[in-house]
Design a protein around this ligand. Structure first.
Ligand code: TRP
Length: 438
């Protein structure tokens, strides 16, 4: 039984909305296009899709059922299931990953914040198309400004987590997520009729496998983990607020589909524009912050659209950052008996401090970003798969998997994935990148 202070979702829809809100964020709109660009395009996209289906969906199920059956934060969950073993350390790894990811996530969200209020005040309209790249370069080399914006974003995140993630987020997500989707469709219409459309679509959809490297394979895997919020127990935590009889199979597919749809849509919007404006697809983290404002500047009512768009990106970032903070906060509440509001503000302050180097030291953000999504998350995901596939007995796993919409066939397929497919695939990719095999 969940203790009342832990809270719970208002039902299965609430869970899907919150989990999709966690998944859909800067990972889709900022990271997916930029990583696709730096890793050569369509072959990366294809690998990413394979990773989502073969590894992502089974791992969502694994995390959610671990959370749902224990009603605990990641550390508490592994401790409940395997008292006196080393497994709780896997929960610790998740808490650490939450710290690391949110530290730079706040900085990138700060960029979205800057773009939101700048375009609201008409500031983006005052610069010409050429000036957009310069605007971004100036922002990212202005340490104090980025720190201030990161602080504002972290304060929003802390304020929401302090109140409990359930009610407010569920309600806001229901309106704002579809709105983000609709606005991306508007942008899609614009980008598909732009000059670079066919070149952009080619880049995104026609794989050139000769350019594929093992580091590209790892990046695609890391992208799938990051985008689906996997590998650090965020889904364990959200699953812990789920009632025992709620189904998890349909939600897992729904969350993965929505998340992937938004990423692909963002790619379809960005790449035609990249070629239309003669930009470099591999330009890196600034890709959307340079291409999109250029497009907005050319559209009638562009300043207004830009404001709405960046505000929605910001909202998507908030629904993700609260899940990152929630992992750490639920741990502090459960394990250290601290009040929710104190835990939320305290942890947010620590993470903010940890994020300052990402804002002020050039190149630091990229480094931490690579460390988190290419190493922490895949290693965490590998171990979670091993836990669900090997540490849990078949009976134990079957009991935890049960729910309203389960079938023995589905269970069998899932168990095969977490027992063999996921550990082998992730293991081989990690070893390859460490130079240990091949
Ligand atoms: N998935 C989010 C995004 O795409 C980021 C995120 C939220 C995350 N919670 C997470 C990433 C947990 C890894 C683990 O923006």
């Amino acid at each position: 039984m969940a203790t009342p202070s832990r809270g719970s979702w208002t039902g299965h829809l609430g869970f899907v909305l919150a989990a999709a809100g966690s998944a859909i964020g800067l990972g889709n709109i900022w990271m997916f296009p930029y990583r696709t660009g730096t890793n050569g395009g369509a072959a990366f996209v294809l690998l990413y899709l394979i990773a989502v289906i073969a590894i992502g969906i089974p791992l969502i199920l694994a995390e959610v059922l671990i959370g749902r059956s224990t009603k605990k934060n990641p550390v508490g969950a592994f401790r409940t299931l395997r008292q006196g073993t080393a497994w709780p350390a896997l929960g610790w790894l998740g808490v650490v990953a939450g710290f690391v990811i949110l530290s730079y996530y706040g900085v990138v969200a700060g960029w979205a914040l800057e773009y939101t209020w700048r375009s609201a005040l008409g500031g983006l309209g005052a610069i010409d198309e050429e000036g957009v790249a310069e605007f971004f370069a100036r922002l990212t080399s202005d340490g104090p400004r980025q720190v201030a914006e990161q602080a504002a974003f972290m304060a929003i995140t802390a304020a929401i987590v302090a109140r409990g993630v359930e009610a407010g987020i569920e309600r806001a997500s229901k309106v704002l997520m579809p709105l983000l989707f609709a606005l991306l469709l508007v942008l899609l219409g614009y980008s598909l009729t732009s000059e670079g459309a066919s070149q952009g679509l080619d880049f995104l959809l026609k794989p050139r496998f000769d350019e594929l490297t093992w580091s590209g394979v790892l990046a695609a895997l890391g992208q799938a983990f990051f985008s689906l919020s996997l590998g650090m127990g965020a889904m364990i935590t959200y699953g812990s607020y789920l009632a025992d009889d709620e189904s998890i199979v349909k939600p897992a597919f729904l969350i993965a589909s929505l998340d992937t749809l938004l990423a692909i849509l963002a790619g379809l919007v960005i790449f035609p524009l990249v070629f239309t404006y003669g930009l470099e697809p591999g330009a890196g983290p600034g890709l959307i912050f340079i291409t999109l404002p250029k497009a907005f500047l050319q559209m009638p009512g562009g300043g207004f659209l830009a404001t709405i768009f960046f505000a929605l990106v910001l909202f998507a970032a908030v629904t993700s950052s609260i899940s990152l903070l929630e992992v750490v906060v639920s741990f502090v509440i459960d394990e250290m008996n601290v009040r929710r509001d104190v835990a939320s503000w305290g942890v947010a302050l620590l993470i903010f401090a940890l994020g300052v180097p990402s804002a002020v030291v050039p190149g630091f953000l990229d480094l931490v970003d690579g460390l988190a999504s290419n190493w922490l998350l895949p290693v965490g995901g590998f171990l979670i798969a091993v836990f669900a596939g090997w540490a849990m007995t078949a009976d134990e796993a079957r009991a935890a998997y049960r729910g309203r919409s389960n079938s023995e066939l589905g269970f069998g397929a899932w168990r095969l994935c977490v027992r063999y497919l996921a550990p082998t695939a992730v293991g081989v990719i990690l070893l390859q990148n460490l130079g240990l095999i091949g």
